[in-house]
Design a protein around this ligand. Structure first.
Ligand SMILES: *[C@@H]1O[C@H](CO)[C@@H](O)[C@H](O)[C@H]1NC(C)=O
Ligand SMILES: *[C@@H]1O[C@H](CO)[C@@H](O)[C@H](O)[C@H]1NC(C)=O
Ligand SMILES: *[C@@H]1O[C@H](CO)[C@@H](O)[C@H](O)[C@H]1NC(C)=O
Ligand SMILES: *[C@@H]1O[C@H](CO)[C@@H](O)[C@H](O)[C@H]1NC(C)=O
Ligand SMILES: *[C@@H]1O[C@H](CO)[C@@H](O)[C@H](O)[C@H]1NC(C)=O
Ligand SMILES: *[C@@H]1O[C@H](CO)[C@@H](O)[C@H](O)[C@H]1NC(C)=O
Ligand SMILES: *[C@@H]1O[C@H](CO)[C@@H](O)[C@H](O)[C@H]1NC(C)=O
Ligand SMILES: *[C@@H]1O[C@H](CO)[C@@H](O)[C@H](O)[C@H]1NC(C)=O
Length: 540
């Protein structure tokens, strides 16, 4: 039944995509090309393409390291091989030959082996290098990194899962100032490129960057039906507030179908993601479910699609939302920032294993020509992502990447003592910490009841805030819970070296479910203690 279905899908695709002759033409799939980077050992790189049914295909490598010849048969118009594990380096020529009366051959030239990273999300990922601060210097530097190679899928959508990319925006290329200097929101991503470039400096071997993203899109568009089903979003097609815009790309699964499903067969090392702005106004309350579920689903799908080569728990990095509007009292940005971490406040966490997060709320850009929702400082964003990748993806010891987070919140007398995971660098503020002040036990879910809790004292790794403004019960405490909490790199709490901002957090004494007493501010408990947090996270 499944096979029948698959055949039907293949047949439909074949009709949709092009003629039978095009399909039978002997070639690689759309995202294999000259100058590409294939995933290095220990994973095996997967290659596939099209051919004449029943014909034998021989795939071989020419270059520094030997690789045996691979023999496969074309089945249903498709052939596919997994190369032997290859150490990083190159260049190689990868040749596929189709046997038969009519022997045909295709060769990919100048192929490198290294780590392949996927870059996804919406407009802040699409944002090009020509739009960043110091754009011309950044562009001029591009050719100095010929071993960081780029590829970009074209913007396409589909109501069904596609086998191959319908179109390619940037074929595999050696970086140049021109390619990376594409006009705004086209060609290649600044965050993706800078991440790859910084990573290359620490790895010292080739990095392949595969960009597949689209501006103004919600997480639902990038998610399979499994994710939508899990989070109760399946029959919730498009009731989006921005009704006048072109809606199609926002529909459930349409970008998963056309821009992610086709590349599942490629072996990758990991992924980075910059998205969430769209969901501040669309199923915001579901994001703590949908985002972690999408990560898990991508992991499972890439693992299966590559025949087990891509790790089932591949590292996944993401950018926590930056800012939208100065002085705004709307709490949708703080809420989504929190939901991006499955409501833990930090990553990785028990619901989001092997993830890493770049905090960006201290990088606002009031003067951005593309609106303050598109800040021009992408260098720090990418750098912070790289720190996470080094620690989480590459297991490098001693790399800080998270920023200070509370481990203990203790209410005593007229103050709250917040103890952090690490030593902190503090600037005095009267308003950045807030407490929720209520007459009855209250989960403080709304923004009503929050009053400032001025910083009184601080030590190496603690901050004491005043609760003097509260005559009633202190029900919660939160930090930087605002759309635009501070000026550029001027938030009140950083790591001691001032590189990493403290992520925002919220602690409620009486969590939502049934008024049950869960976490208590006045009993010293670790925020990272899963048993305590279980009241908030009955399931991931
Ligand atoms: C790949 O093929 C080209 C053209 O035949 C040749 O110039 C080049 O040396 C080959 N590269 C390797 C690594 O064999
Ligand atoms: C052999 O294959 C090539 C390339 O696919 C094609 O152009 C040509 O027409 C084929 N020749 C025959 C005899 O089938
Ligand atoms: C909406 O987007 C689709 C896909 O890119 C495009 O084909 C269509 O022309 C767009 N429609 C409008 C009204 O912009
Ligand atoms: C969104 O998808 C649903 C179900 O597939 C479809 O009925 C609807 O027409 C789509 N809406 C748009 C704007 O594409
Ligand atoms: C790629 O992976 C997907 C998902 O597992 C699968 O449906 C598809 O058949 C695979 N394609 C090829 C060419 O192996
Ligand atoms: C934000 O508030 C500050 C202080 O109240 C004021 O000086 C500034 O003009 C406001 N900025 C905007 C963009 O509203
Ligand atoms: C831009 O360049 C200046 C001068 O080199 C530097 O101080 C600044 O940090 C750069 N900005 C970014 C965002 O990298
Ligand atoms: C706050 O807690 C830390 C330990 O977590 C302790 O060393 C410090 O003395 C406390 N500060 C105050 C003012 O109670």
């Amino acid at each position: 039944m499944y096979t029948m279905y698959r055949l039907l899908v293949l047949w439909l695709l074949c009709v949709v995509a092009s003629s039978k002759a095009f399909r039978e033409e002997f070639r690689f799939a759309s995202y294999y090309g000259d100058h590409m980077v294939l995933q290095k050992a220990p994973e095996q790189s997967v290659l596939w393409g099209y051919g004449s049914d029943g014909a034998e295909v021989i795939v071989s490598l020419e270059g520094e390291q030997e690789n045996r010849k691979h023999f496969v048969l074309v089945q249903n118009g498709i052939w596919r091989v997994a190369l032997d594990p290859m150490k990083a380096g190159g260049p190689y020529n990868v040749t596929a030959v189709q046997q038969g009366k009519n022997i045909t051959q295709v060769t990919l030239m100048d192929v490198l082996f290294g780590d392949v990273w996927l870059c996804g999300g919406q407009s802040n990922m699409l944002f090009t290098l020509s739009q960043v601060f110091n754009a011309s210097e950044e562009q001029a530097m591009a050719p100095k990194f010929p071993h960081v190679r780029i590829f970009m899928a074209a913007l396409e959508l589909s109501t069904m899962e596609l086998l191959d990319l319908p179109r390619v925006e940037v074929p595999w290329s050696i970086p140049s100032a021109e390619l990376l200097g594409g006009p705004k929101f086209t060609h290649f991503s600044a965050v993706c490129w800078l991440f790859g470039r910084y990573l290359y400096k620490t790895l010292g071997y080739p990095v392949g960057l595969v960009e597949s993203c689209w501006g103004g899109t919600p997480v639902e568009a990038w998610s399979s039906h499994r994710v939508l089903q899990k989070c109760g979003l399946e029959n919730q097609n498009l009731r989006h507030p921005y009704l006048s815009l072109n809606e199609t790309k926002r529909n459930n699964s349409v970008l998963w179908n056309a821009m992610i499903h086709p590349i599942l067969n490629m072996t990758i090392k990991g992924a980075i993601w910059y998205q969430g702005e769209d969901n501040t106004a669309y199923h915001q309350d579901k994001y703590a479910c949908s985002f972690p579920a999408m990560i898990d689903d991508w992991r499972m799908s890439f693992h299966e699609g590559s025949g087990g080569q891509t790790a089932p728990d591949f590292p996944f990095g993401f950018v926590q939302l930056c800012t939208r509007e100065k002085n705004s009292t709307d709490d949708s940005f703080p809420n989504v920032r929190w939901h991006q971490t499955a409501d833990y406040g930090f990553a990785p966490n028990p619901c989001m294993k092997r993830t890493f997060m770049a905090v960006a709320l201290d990088l606002p850009d009031e003067g951005s020509p593309w609106g303050s929702i598109h800040p021009r400082n992408k260098q720090d964003v990418a750098y912070r992502l790289t720190l996470g990748a080094r620690a989480v993806a590459y297991g490098e010891k001693g790399v800080s990447f998270q920023g200070p987070f509370p481990v203990k919140v203790l209410l005593s007398g007229d103050s709250i003592n917040i103890t952090y995971t690490e030593s902190v660098s503090v600037t005095r503020s009267k308003t950045i910490f807030e407490i929720c002040c209520t007459e009855v036990k209250n989960n403080c879910a709304s923004s009503v009841g929050w009053v400032p809790a001025p910083i009184m004292h601080w030590g190496l790794s603690y901050i004491q805030v005043s609760v003097a403004q509260c005559q009633n019960i202190v029900s919660g405490v939160r930090y930087a819970w605002r759309d635009w909490p501070c000026d550029v790199k001027a938030c009140p709490v950083y790591s001691s070296d001032r590189v990493l901002p403290a992520p925002p957090f919220i602690v409620n004494r009486w969590p939502e479910q049934g008024g049950q007493e869960g976490y208590k501010v006045n009993k010293a408990r670790s925020l990272k203690d899963d048993t305590v947090r279980e009241t908030w996270h009955s399931q991931c």
